[in-house]
Design a protein around this ligand. Structure first.
Ligand SMILES: [Mg+2]
Length: 126
């Protein structure tokens, strides 16, 4: 039986991925990382039963976070997986678009690691 305690961090900036990973490990989540949307969908397909949340960068080459989110929300068996989008602060339209596509939350870059930790707890408890 697999624990349902995994979080995917998907961002094309390696520094962001390792920073977020460092913080989330403090809360004992199992962390899976990737640098593009295609990989994120592959991890989801293989491990969706153990995944509670995906932190998804919007601005990525090839497959954007929005496209990944659209795919996730089109499949019923991903229904209980939360999605938080990483957006750049000035991009208000990202938040609107994310809402329409079914995102559960937003984190604007730059962010504070501890705020991110408590925000994730909040989203997971909703
Ligand atoms: Mg990016």
């Amino acid at each position: 039986m697999s624990d349902k305690n995994s979080i995917i961090i998907c961002d094309d900036e390696p520094d962001i991925v390792s920073l977020v990973q460092k913080f989330l490990q403090l809360d004992n989540y199992k962390i899976l990382t990737c640098s593009n949307g295609k990989e994120a969908l592959k991890i989801l397909e293989e491990k969706y039963e153990e995944i509670v949340l995906i932190l998804l960068d919007v601005m990525m080459p090839a497959l954007s976070g929005f496209e990944v989110l659209r795919t996730i929300r089109s499949k019923d068996f991903y229904n209980n997986i939360k999605v938080i989008l990483f957006t750049v602060k000035s991009f208000k339209e990202d938040i609107e678009k994310g809402k329409e596509l079914g995102a559960d939350g937003y984190v604007t870059k730059p962010f504070s690691g501890n705020e991110l930790r408590s925000y994730i707890k909040e989203v997971l408890n909703n």
